[in-house]
Design a protein around this ligand. Sequence first.
Ligand SMILES: [Zn+2]
Ligand SMILES: [Zn+2]
Length: 270
Amino acid sequence: MLIDTHCHLASKRYDNLEAVKKEANACGVKVCISQGTSPEDWERTLAGAQELPDFIVPCLAVHPSDCTEVSEEQWQQMEKLAEENKIAAVGETGLDYYWDAPTGWEESAYRSRQHQFLERHFELARKLHLNISLHTRDKVGAGDACFEDAFAIARQFPEVRPVFHCFIGTKMQAERIFSDLDGMISFTGLITFKKTEAVQAVAAWCPAERFMVETDAPFLSPEPYRGQLNSPGRVALVAEKIAQLRGQSVEEVALHTTANARHFFRLPEG
Ligand SMILES: [Zn+2]
Ligand SMILES: [Zn+2]
């Protein structure tokens, strides 16, 4: 069996979660970790998890791209929901330097707002004894500022383990995540796209106990469905590609990524 460790089932693009579950189950995907990342997502994510408790496990946070939209009151509401509901991790949060600052925001002020939010997420995770799901995205060719800034913040919270989701970084970055943060990385369908040899090489090399698989659905549908609406069932295609890159069977990849996910997100054995 497989676990999709990162998707967004609160997306309005899914109108029938039961059908999403059926399709996923048919592909061997039994559980998915759904990330509620904005005020309008939170209740929908929790409602989905209530509707299909054996399939959907919720996470709550503010996505870095939404940090200028969220009021202090909404933040407090999110903290309360995180405390009162059983969530798998704080997520997804992180830093995003890919998109320009929203209208009315200086780039530097926008970034420090993101940093502030990320620190608060780590504080929340520490308080709730949870791990954290991190998004880092930089402009193409802009260097690794986003990764380095997120890494520096994560280092201040040794009690909280991070997963760098949709990992597209280097082997050296992955090694630092493992050794300095006791962290994890996870791979999306991006690994099935053309011209992603660098991250494919990281997946082929990565120690088995350090990575997980995810879809980031509704985004990033793997080949041969690139550009279409993604769904948790397609994490099977991500696992297949990784198995091929590592010269392992899909069963082996499923076995260790599922064990890693259960441990990282503190899911019951099953
Ligand atoms: Zn993300
Ligand atoms: Zn995501």
